[in-house]
Design a binder for this molecule. Structure first.
Ligand SMILES: [Zn+2]
Length: 82
């Protein structure tokens, strides 16, 4: 059996925020944000990516809806307070 050494790799990195990397030893992916470090199997990592990107899309929609409701509420307040 040949002992293979595979080195890790930084897959993504944002200065001052965090990084996603493969340490090269455990076969998992590591998501590091500030002092927090998540270790995930590749499949779980892909689920996390999917979950995060879905939440980002939903967040934008939700913020837009909130803005619309806020505008309606502001209109009503102006009408009733004067
Ligand atoms: Zn590792």
């Amino acid at each position: 059996m040949s002992q293979h050494h595979y080195t890790g790799a930084i897959l993504s990195h944002i200065e001052g925020f965090g990084q996603v990397y493969d340490c090269g030893n455990c076969g998992n992916l590591h998501v590091q944000i500030g002092p927090m470090n998540l270790t995930l199997e590749p499949r779980a990592y892909m689920q996390l990516v999917d979950m995060i990107s879905t939440s980002a899309a939903n967040f934008e929609t939700w913020m837009q809806q909130k803005r619309v409701h806020q505008e309606v509420r502001d209109d009503n307040q102006e009408r009733y307070s004067s």
